[in-house]
Design a protein around this ligand. Structure first.
Ligand SMILES: CC(C)(COP(=O)(O)OP(=O)(O)OC[C@H]1O[C@@H](n2cnc3c(N)ncnc32)[C@H](O)[C@@H]1OP(=O)(O)O)[C@@H](O)C(=O)NCCC(=O)NCCS
Length: 145
């Protein structure tokens, strides 16, 4: 497996995963705008096919995971783990030692994944999503900064 920067020719693979994974996927123009505006956009490639990606950026001195997803046929193979590790490594290299994210309260799988990766729940925000679901706000902080 190769972990590398996103390139525009990956967009169809990324969209297929995004639309499978989320009930409210980011549309193609937002994904491309994120890429063009300099957000971190890393993919996992297996056999010349993108099987996962992570998008992140830095806002107000804090890293933020915007989206992470792995093709359901490739989940639980540590691909999400490697993508998240890479994003955090890039943020740390940019002297950003706190990383935050929001996750749907019902997305227990993802919450467990983030807990295993060392994130902790810091708060909960009611009606965060368009359909009224609450978000769990989670944060990861480098231990010795
Ligand atoms: C969440 C997601 C990115 C995890 O990626 P993944 O490649 O399947 O996860 P990994 O194989 O790297 O797992 C890493 C750890 O998390 C744990 N984990 C992964 N999925 C889990 C699940 N469904 N339930 C419990 N733990 C889980 C693994 O057991 C592993 O723990 P270990 O280190 O002790 O073995 C992936 O399941 C996914 O794309 N989900 C759909 C999209 C989504 O919900 N994204 C997050 C939205 S905020």
């Amino acid at each position: 497996m190769i972990i590398r920067d996103f390139k525009l020719s990956d967009i169809d693979d990324v969209l297929a995963i995004e639309y499978d994974a989320f009930s409210d996927p980011y549309p193609v123009d937002i994904l491309i705008r994120l890429h063009e505006s300099g957000a971190g956009f890393i993919v996992a490639e297996m056999g010349r096919r993108v099987v996962g990606y992570v998008i992140f950026w830095i806002r107000n001195g804090i890293g933020h995971i915007i989206a992470i997803a792995v093709d359901e046929n490739f989940q639980n193979m540590r691909i999400g783990s490697r993508l998240l590790d890479k994003a955090i490594q890039i943020l740390f290299a940019n002297k950003i030692f706190t990383v935050g994210l929001e996750v749907r309260k019902s997305n227990v799988n993802a919450i467990n994944f983030y807990l295993k990766k060392g994130f902790v729940q810091v708060s909960e925000e009611d009606e965060y999503y368009g359909d009224g679901e609450a978000a769990i706000i989670m944060q990861y902080t480098k231990s010795n900064n």
